[in-house]
Design a protein around this ligand. Structure first.
Ligand code: FES
Length: 241
């Protein structure tokens, strides 16, 4: 059955107003929104811009807004959407570069700020830093993050303050501070001990709701806050000794 796909368009060359353009398209059974966008691009408008890579919910590059909900285009089936008109928009909270492609730089800058890599102490032992599987259990859910920026785009704090580090980066930091091998120093944690870091979260849990991988970034932010408080107390006690 044919459906109308109302897609937000923006052309950085003409710098005209962002506007919706409608395309009528007949999707095949089980077609995803991503396959539909590719069909529309190939058969109706080769200038239609959108991002994708893996096509199987692994790379995180195809997150967009479909009928008002943030979702991965490759994992959303057209059949599963109600109505004859499907509205497709780029992710909020990030500047549109062209059509459905947004500028991810603020998201990556926040990600870099938290130093998202293992910081063990001392030299690497001959057999590497071994760890028990049970000790990794608290971090498993955070490892599944695919960095699609859905949580960042859904976050009302990021909407009102572009300086906010955002849920994905803070949850990633929690992934490392819960890792028994990670011994990062206070200087690294202090970067998010700020009103635009871990203390910026309003705990409205939109990030948990939209994550396509069922990560719960808000839980990670809570965990980072607990660690910051514990570290601060440790430092105060240490100074008073
Ligand atoms: S194309 Fe990779 S997650 Fe959708």
């Amino acid at each position: 059955m044919s459906k109308t796909f109302k897609i937000l368009r923006y052309d950085p060359v003409t710098e005209g107003e962002a506007h919706f353009e409608s395309f009528i398209h007949e999707s095949k059974p089980a077609d995803s929104i991503l396959e539909t966008l590719k069909d529309i691009r190939d058969s109706q408008d080769p200038s239609l811009a959108f991002r994708y890579s893996c096509r199987e919910a692994v790379c995180g590059s195809c997150a967009i807004v479909i009928n008002g909900e943030i979702a991965l285009a490759c994992r959303t089936q057209v059949d599963a959407l109600e109505g004859d008109v499907i509205v497709i928009e780029p992710l909020p909270n990030l500047e549109i570069q062209k059509d459905l492609i947004v500028d991810m730089d603020p998201f990556w800058e926040a990600y870099r700020l938290v130093e998202p890599y293992l910081q063990p102490e001392g030299d690497v032992p001959p057999k590497g830093h071994l760890v028990e599987e049970k000790d990794m259990e608290p971090v498993f859910q955070y490892i599944t993050c695919i960095l699609c920026a859905s949580c960042y785009s859904a976050c009302p704090v990021a909407t009102r303050d572009g300086r906010y580090v955002g849920p994905a980066a803070l949850a990633k930091l929690y992934r490392f501070i819960k890792d028994p091998r990670d011994k990062r120093k206070w200087a690294s944690l202090a970067k998010v001990d700020t009103p635009t870091g871990a203390w910026g979260c309003d705990t409205v849990f939109r990030c948990n709701d939209v994550c396509p991988k069922s990560v719960r970034p808000a839980d990670g932010i809570e965990g980072v806050r607990r660690r910051l408080v514990a570290q601060r107390l440790k430092r105060i006690v240490g100074k008073n000794r």
